[in-house]
Structures are given as C-alpha cells and as structure tokens.
Design a protein around this ligand. Structure first.
Ligand code: GLY
Length: 563
C-alpha cells in the first residue's frame, strides 16, 4: 500500500498534469507500442511465436478495429512505413482512401456555393466516405514481407476472440460514444452496436460485443480480401453509401474493384546528423516535418531551451512549413508537389530568414480560408521485431467513428476521409487548389509515420494521431530527444507546442505559464489552449546500452511491451 504522504504527492501531481504516466517498457530484442493494451498484447504474442513486425502490425490493427472502433479499421486507410533489416531498405506503402470516380470539386458546397456545415453534414453519412484501403494495404505488406509463420487469416484470430467475447468499455471510448451519439443515432446499424436495447448510448464498464464484425473477419479469413473489394462486402459498402439516410454518397462497386495500393518513396532528410524517413505525398507529414526541422537546424535550439525564444522558434518553423504545406501539398497524381525543394537545406535557410525573435510572422491568407478540417482520431503503432525489422503504421477512419455509418450486417465503420480535402475548392483566382476534391484523388493527409537513424543504426520509430496536429506532435518528440536530450518517456510527456499557420497552440501546462503566454503574445502570437496534442507511440534505440525502450503517450490508453 502507498503511504499517505506519497498518495497526497501523487494526487497533487495529477492535479497539475492531467495525463496518466506514460506506459513504457525496456527490452533487449523486440518491442510493440500501440494505442491500446489489448492490441499491444496481441502483437507481442505474435512476435513471441515467431512472427515478424508485419505479422504483429496486422494482428494489432484488427484488434484496434475491435477495441478502438472509433479510430481505425476495415473501413479506413493508412500509411505503412517498413524497414527490412537484412537489406536495410525502407518502404513506404500508401493505403490512403481515394475519392470515388464520381467525386467532384464542389461536392461539399450547397446550391448557393456555401460549404455545408462541418458537423454533422460534411463529416457524416455516405458523401464523405472514401474507398477504404486498410485491408488491401495490410494484405499487400503481408504478401511481401510477412514471416509466413501465420496465414493472413490467422492474424485475425485475436481480434475475433475479443469481438465475440466482448470487452468492457473504457472511460475514453464511453466518452467518444457519448460525444458522437447524435451522429451515430442516424444509422440503425451503428445504433445496434453502440446503443443499448432502450436506445441509450453504451457507458463505461458495459460490454461491447461485435458479432457482425467477427463474422466479417471470419469471412475474410476464409475467402481472403476479394469479398471486400469485389464481392458481397463490396455490395454492402456501396449500398450503405448510396442509400445512406443522411447525405448519400457517390461510391460505386468499380471504385472498390479498381482501388490499388501504391509503393511510394519515403521522404528522406537529415536533422543535426540524424537521418529521418517519413511519409511523402499524398501525406503532408514527411515534407512538413522535414521542412520545419530544416528551419530549426539553423538555430541552436538547445541553447534557447524550453523558454520563450525556443518556443517562438518552434512555432515559427512549424508555421512556415505549414504555409508551404497548404500551398503545395496534395495528391501527386493530380498536382505537382515540389518535394525536394520543400525539404532542401537551401529552402530551409531562405525560409528561416523570415524569422525575427521580436515579432511573429503573420499567418498567410490560406489560414483565414476555411480549413480542410482534419479531426484527431486515428491510431498509430510502432513495432520492432527480433530481426530488427521495423513497422510504423498510422491508420485512420478520420473523425471519431468516421462517417458514423456502420456497414449493415458487417459491423465496421466507414471512414469520412474526404473531409481531408478542401471544402472550398478554388482560390480567389478561380484556380483549383492542390487539395481540391477530384474523382479517384487521395485527400491530403498529415499522417507522419517516421523512422530516425543515427550513423546508419535505428534511433526512433514514431507516429501519432491528431489530424493536422500529428506533424507538430511528432516534431515535439523529435526535438525533445535530439535537441533537449530528454529520455523517451519525458520526451513524450513534455507539454507540446504547435503552430499550424494560425495561433500558437499550447498544451495546458504551458498555457498556464502566464509569463510565457504574455511574452509570446507580446511578440504578436495569438495563443490558444489545446488540452491534448497527439497520442504518440514510439520506440527508442539506445545503441550504447544495446537496449530498446518503448513508450506510449500519457495522453492516451496505449501500452508498450517488449522482451
Ligand atoms: N485522417 C488524418 C490524416 O490523414 O491526417
């Protein structure tokens, strides 16, 4: 039992810092970090039984579909960064949802040309649903890299067990169900899962059973991915989208049939001698992260410290990188994205010359245009196996509960990823914006699955949910490790500061520092409170101690486990 003074000490700590302690673990050979404990455990079990990082990531994803149904799953998409240790190669796979062929730039504008209200109209029902990529993505990485100790179907087993056996709803999940009850209520199949028999939203501690989802997993176990992209699951998805009782959508069966996974080049740059690999377009994650780091590299951030000058620099580097993101980033099949220029040192030097310590850079016009709002509910997992193969997988259905539509009879939620497109598709000169909706185009993402190497050896695996906050969340962790020399757990725990070409967003502890806030405001920064930025899952390699540390963000419910 904890002594009374110790209890009081921890209570006081909790009052000042609302997050739980980061769940971290240290190990010698392998590590799994996911946003949910059961997913971490399932993945670890796969590794212990001879599976590799790909097998473990796949098993974890299906468990996440069950236990974090609001964040990711069969109905969504994602980006998978993979490091194959033997040839020391890095791959970047794009399983981002695509707009149906029939999509068009003005699809989220009303008859008068005004944007539909964001909630519930733009984010709910059939219209914002993109063609799901997650299942095909994982099948693709399985075919190329899995250990083959497990069949693709066997990797569904842990998820099926939890979906059928049920699990007690956490406080976090109950909160999400309650927050989103009005949207979920619109769809019978969603009510059947997330509401009780009397029509009340399920609460903390009640059991969530997902028999339809378990049956869908069993169907894929038996017949592979074809039913989803060509067969009866495809029929059910298309019917759900086209006949949605709220904003029916445009997806056809051909959209699913023609959906392809793309092998992309990872975006690569250096920061203070470290090699950084992340996801390139259609994600803005890699270019924006590297541009911001390139700008920061011009300064002795360590000397400026976590003080007004250091925070000012962190803000301005992110602001400038977001200005370029908003100007250039979109699906490279539709718009030219100058990736090499954006991440070059010379461009960073030029951009850094706009920074003045005494005066904040004004935000650009793009910042006052209605933003393509990206909500914060996605999931990330970071894994390294005994052979040193690494997976950084960020996976999403976009908003909490995506479109809020469960596919009737199949038990999974459909994404609303098309809300990541610009709602107003043209600029003041009537020119189509890089991230305007177009048929078969992929919406710009901010997902930032990242690997860092030091002298050719792995240093960090990281990623986060958080919509466009993802980039800043990952950047905060990187500078905390590299510039401020924090241990991993502290690097995750430290309150974050981001700027998305708007106000400085500070997490609570920093926001409550009135001297800091006043000083930033004096320099011309609008300052806002953002109570929680991201939910980073990270693995750190200590080459001196020959040891691996995993840590799950104290802002979430995740866990790190290794052996
Ligand atoms: N759905 C979050 C993102 O793609 O950035």
């Amino acid at each position: 039992m904890m002594s009374r003074p110790r209890q009081i000490f921890f209570l006081i700590l909790l009052l000042f810092f609302p997050f739980r302690a980061a769940l971290s673990a240290t190990a010698a050979k392998a590590m799994v970090v996911t946003a949910e404990r059961q997913a971490t455990r399932a993945a670890l079990e796969i590794l212990r039984n001879g599976g590799n990082a790909v097998d473990a990531a796949i098993a974890a994803q299906w468990v996440l579909n069950v236990v974090e149904p609001q964040s990711s799953g069969l109905g969504g998409g994602g980006f998978f960064l993979y490091y194959e240790s033997a040839p020391k190669r890095i791959y970047a796979f794009d399983g981002r949802e695509a707009a149906p062929a029939g999509a068009y730039p003005e699809m989220f504008l009303d008859k008068k040309g005004d944007p539909y209200p964001f909630t519930p109209d733009r984010i709910t029902g059939g219209l914002p649903v993109g063609v799901p990529g997650t299942l095909k993505l994982l099948h693709h990485v399985y075919s190329r890299f899995a250990s083959k100790k497990f069949s693709f179907g066997e990797l569904f087993a842990p998820a099926i067990e939890i979906a059928e056996g049920g699990f007690p709803i956490s406080r976090r999940l109950a909160g999400f169900i309650n927050e989103e009850k009005e949207r979920l209520k619109l769809f019978k199949a969603s009510r059947q899962i997330f509401f009780d028999a009397k029509g009340k939203p399920l609460e903390k501690g009640m059991y969530l059973f997902q028999h339809d989802l378990a049956r869908t997993f069993r169907l894929i176990q038996g017949e592979g991915i074809l039913p989803f992209y060509e067969g009866k699951i495809a029929d059910a998805i298309v019917k759900a989208v086209q006949t949605a009782p709220f904003h029916p959508g445009l997806m056809k069966k051909e959209d699913l049939f023609y959906y392809r996974i793309l092998d992309r080049n990872p975006t690569h740059g250096t920061y203070r001698g470290f090699d950084i690999f992340s996801m390139g377009p259609p994600s803005s994650g890699g270019t924006t992260l590297l541009e911001a780091l390139g700008i920061l590299e011009r300064y002795q951030l360590r000397l400026h410290g976590r003080k007004p000058d250091g925070f000012h620099l962190l803000s301005e580097a992110q602001k400038l990188a977001f200005q370029d993101r908003n100007r250039f980033l979109g699906d490279p099949a539709f718009t030219y994205v100058p990736v090499l220029r954006l991440i070059s040192k010379s461009f960073a030097t030029r951009r850094s010359q706009e920074i003045h310590f005494e005066m904040a850079i004004p935000t650009t016009e793009a910042a006052v245009r209605p933003l393509a709002l990206e909500n914060s509910h996605t999931s990330h997992l970071s894994i390294v196996d005994e052979q040193g193969n690494m997976a950084a997988f960020t996976t999403t259905i976009e908003s909490v509960f995506g479109s809020a539509m469960v596919v009737p009879g199949y038990g999974f939620l459909l994404n609303n990823e098309l809300t990541d497109f610009e709602v107003v598709p043209k600029n003041e000169n009537k020119k189509l914006l890089p991230n305007a909706v177009q048929g078969e185009k992929k919406p710009r993402s901010s997902m930032t699955p990242t690997f860092i190497f030091q002298n050719g050896r792995p240093f960090l695996i990281a990623g986060s949910p958080g919509g466009s906050k993802i980039i800043g969340a990952v950047l905060n962790v990187i500078v905390n490790l590299i510039d401020f020399g924090m241990p991993l757990e502290e690097a995750l725990r430290a309150p974050r500061i981001i700027n998305r070409d708007g106000p400085i967003e500070l997490e609570t502890q920093l926001y409550q520092d009135l001297d800091l806030k006043r000083e930033l405001e004096r320099r011309g920064h609008p300052v806002v409170l953002n109570p929680a930025i991201g939910n980073v899952q990270a693995v750190y390699f200590d080459s001196e101690k020959d040891q691996i540390t995993g840590a799950s963000d104290p802002r979430g419910d995740g866990e790190a486990l290794g052996y």
